[in-house]
Design a protein around this ligand. Structure first.
Ligand SMILES: NC(=O)c1ccc[n+]([C@@H]2O[C@H](COP(=O)([O-])OP(=O)(O)OC[C@H]3O[C@@H](n4cnc5c(N)ncnc54)[C@H](OP(=O)(O)O)[C@@H]3O)[C@@H](O)[C@H]2O)c1
Length: 343
């Protein structure tokens, strides 16, 4: 039976992603927030962390205090490594409870690859294959078959949305792809300053993790489902702005494929997806166009080199890259309007 309203809990409510989740969910008419959980600041009002939230909501509490028998859905917006133990404890005990995890805990299908990138043993290996890695637009038919939804990383969302259709339609050379991504510092969470000890933080553009950013593992995993021969390099940069990601993806068109054909093929692929905005070819775009929206805005542009194009893909890392996409996944999971709480 489809419910019209569900009881939800947000774990990690006071983090950068958690606050966007709470803000958006507080305006969602199919959702009742029954607990907001964090480690610190127990008993405080959520409004003391984010003045955008106007609705009266439960005060911050410990996750141990939640009465799970009345909860339909748990959003986990915790640091990597925290969701797996919690989901392992709850999954079998509460068979009606569903989970949307925003961390990397269930993104990698192979526990050994998880350990290689996240440097610890996975605590719920048997549940990994009961979860779905879900960029919403690419998984609409599958989402309802799973109780654990793994929300993709922010960079991977901006990268896979434009590339996957082009791989499927075989329109670009898959062996020479350069991805240059830039992110606002909220991507590193509220302790960003301790994660990036860099000079002149607020006036620096900083290149990092040139070869081994953890997100390459989930991108590789998803690309390998299409071909083992896809080769890309990925270089993230940190910008001195709060939110937003712009990925500049350099690829070679296949012979006789026009930029118009690439553009039309993206438009057709996402014709029913209101959050994917494909611009006219050679349109200039930036993160400012998508801030505070669940949109992914894409522009395919010609470079000076014949056959070489650059695809710009802009998202808000905290919305389409995290909280917004999690809500979009929830909307599909519970048969709510896909745009509910997001438009
Ligand atoms: N930031 C982004 O753009 C982005 C995008 C996509 C995915 N993600 C992922 O989303 C998750 C949250 O990211 P974030 O940027 O919001 O991080 P954040 O700002 O550091 O917030 C983390 C939240 O988790 C709580 N927390 C920390 N340790 C905990 C524990 N042991 N038990 C319970 N609660 C705990 C914190 O509360 P206290 O302060 O009380 O400890 C805080 O509310 C991360 O896994 C991140 O990788 C982030």
């Amino acid at each position: 039976m489809t419910k019209n309203s569900i009881n939800i809990v947000v774990a990690g409510a006071t983090g950068f992603v958690g606050l966007d989740l709470v803000y958006l969910l507080s305006k969602h008419s199919n959702v009742k927030i029954t607990s907001l959980c964090a480690q610190k600041n127990i008993g405080k009002k959520i409004q003391s962390f984010d003045v955008r939230i106007k609705k009266k909501l439960p005060k911050i509490s410990k996750i141990e205090k939640v009465n799970w028998s009345t909860v339909d859905l748990l959003f986990l917006s915790l640091p990597n490594g925290e969701a797996q133990g919690l989901i392992r404890k709850l999954y079998h005990k509460y068979p009606n409870l569903k989970f949307i995890d925003l961390s990397a805990d269930f993104r990698l299908e192979n526990g050994t690859i998880y350990k290689k990138h996240y440097l610890k043993n996975h605590k719920a290996k048997k549940l990994i294959n009961r979860s779905l890695y879900s960029i919403t637009e690419l998984n609409k038919k599958k989402i309802r078959n799973f109780r654990i939804i793994s929300n993709p990383g922010c960079y991977p969302t901006s990268i896979q949305i434009p590339l996957i259709p082009l791989f499927e339609k075989k329109l670009i050379d898959i062996k020479d792809i350069t991805i240059d991504s830039k992110s606002g510092y909220s991507g590193a969470g509220k302790n960003y300053k301790s994660k990036f000890k860099i000079k002149n933080f607020y006036s620096s553009t900083y290149a990092y993790a040139v070869k081994n950013h953890r997100h390459t593992a989930e991108i590789d995993q998803q690309f390998r489902k299409l071909s083992n021969n896809i080769l890309f390099s990925f270089n993230p940069h940190l910008l001195p702005t709060f939110r937003g990601i712009l990925s500049s993806i350099y690829v070679y068109k296949k012979k006789n494929v026009t930029i118009k054909k690439i553009n039309n093929s993206l438009k057709k692929y996402y014709q029913k997806d209101v959050f994917i905005k494909i611009c006219k070819p050679n349109t200039q775009i930036g993160t400012g166009d998508v801030i505070d929206t669940n949109d992914c805005k894409i522009s395919v542009c010609q470079t000076r080199i014949k056959n070489k194009i650059v695809i710009f893909s802009a998202i808000d890392n905290l919305v389409k890259g995290a909280a917004g996409q999690a809500i979009q996944n929830m909307n599909i999971m519970y048969k709510f309007k896909e745009t509910a709480g997001l438009k």
